[in-house]
Design a protein around this ligand. Structure first.
Ligand code: FE2
Length: 364
């Protein structure tokens, strides 16, 4: 096997550009149980923006807002609403990662640069991917600070109550009609990923709408990026609705792994997070499809958690409603019991649920 020209240790962080980072930070703190660990803004000498860094186990979120109308951040928020700007990848060599991908055709977002403060140094570089999203490569082996140089340690006054969120399982991109294969090629050729699985409209169409999806993964499998494009149906697909409101391709959902989905989802619900709803009939024959599971079906039903099985095991999953007013980005909570797949058996029930929501929004 050829050596991996882009070794990746994992997801470094995910940065959202938002309209009001201070309030978003409180949402992730209270509802999702993320602890604030660092901050950059006027009080730390950064004049044009405020960024809050929140962490739970291996997941680091950065919430950034502009302090001025004329900035790349403000333009991003004006066009897309709150959304994911950066899917940052943790690498051992950010300079080489940049060179290897750019020589294979990646469009640079910014050249490698060294950031320093009293805690050491970090090398960062970045390339563009779908829409206005970028991949930042972060090399942090010589750094001991709370996040990145320029950020100061900061905690919130109230301690967060974590809910068992462990790591980023996968991040899904929605791209324009006809562009899925282009971006799959990009991840294969430019980033050295390989194609894991393909879903076509026969797998995942409902009466109204459909989508096509391919999943790419890096060499060690730590990074998984499903890429969706709309497929034609009788009415507007959920991917088209996303593209209409995000105004370009972009990140559709971030799936976060937990070891105890009943606890995690119970807490999220108690704290006010809303989820997609599947009807009770889903549970009538689900065990015929997925076989024996360790969890109590009644508990799963009460929380509306979905179940699927593949050759290697089963998984439990649930999807939040969009986390901002535009019907764009949402979260998935997933617990894997051996299964390495993405819940194909639940697609139909889920998409019917999404269509009910689209109908309520007048977008079907
Ligand atoms: Fe997913």
């Amino acid at each position: 096997m050829a050596t991996d020209f882009l070794p990746i240790n994992g997801t470094d962080h995910i940065e959202f550009y938002v309209g009001n980072a201070k309030q978003s930070a409180l949402f992730y703190h209270y509802a999702f149980g993320f602890e604030m660990v660092a901050y950059a803004g006027p009080e730390t000498g950064v004049r044009d923006r405020a960024s809050y860094v929140l962490r739970q186990n291996k997941i680091t979120l950065v919430l950034t807002t502009s302090l001025h109308p004329d900035s790349e951040i403000s333009e991003h928020v004006k066009k897309h609403g709150d959304g994911v700007k950066v899917l940052a990848l943790w690498v051992d060599d950010a300079t080489k990662s940049f060179q290897e991908t750019v020589v294979r055709g990646a469009e640079p977002a910014f050249e490698p640069k060294v950031l320093k403060d009293e805690f050491g140094e970090v090398v960062v570089s970045a390339i563009k991917t779908y829409g206005e999203t970028i991949h930042t490569f972060v090399e942090r082996s010589r750094y001991k600070g709370p996040f990145l140089p320029g950020y100061k340690a900061r905690s919130s006054g109230v301690k967060a109550e974590p809910i068992g969120l462990k790591y980023v399982d996968h991040c899904v991109g929605n791209v324009e009609l006809g562009k899925m294969n282009h971006w799959v090629d990009f991840y294969e050729k430019v980033m050295g990923f390989s194609l894991l699985v393909t879903f076509d409209d026969k797998d995942i169409s409902t009466e109204y709408s459909a989508l096509m999806s391919k999943v790419v993964s890096n060499g060690n499998g730590y990074i998984k990026f499903p890429i969706n494009e709309p497929a034609s149906g009788k009415k507007k697909s959920q991917i088209e609705e996303y593209l209409d409101f995000y105004k370009s391709a972009g990140v559709q959902h971030i799936a976060i792994a937990t070891d105890d989905i009943i606890h995690t989802v119970g807490e999220l619900r108690r704290r006010g997070v809303e989820f997609l709803y599947v009807p009770e009939t889903y549970y009538e024959d689900v065990l015929d499809r997925v076989g024996t599971i360790n969890e109590n079906l009644e508990e799963l039903k009460k929380l509306n958690i979905l179940i699927d099985r593949d050759e290697e095991g089963y998984l439990l999953q649930i999807f939040t409603k969009p986390i901002q007013d535009r019907p764009t980005v949402f979260f998935e909570i997933i617990e894997r019991n051996g299964a390495k797949s993405f819940g194909k058996g639940n697609f139909k029930a889920l998409f019917e649920s999404i269509e009910r929501e689209q109908e309520l929004r007048g977008n079907l």
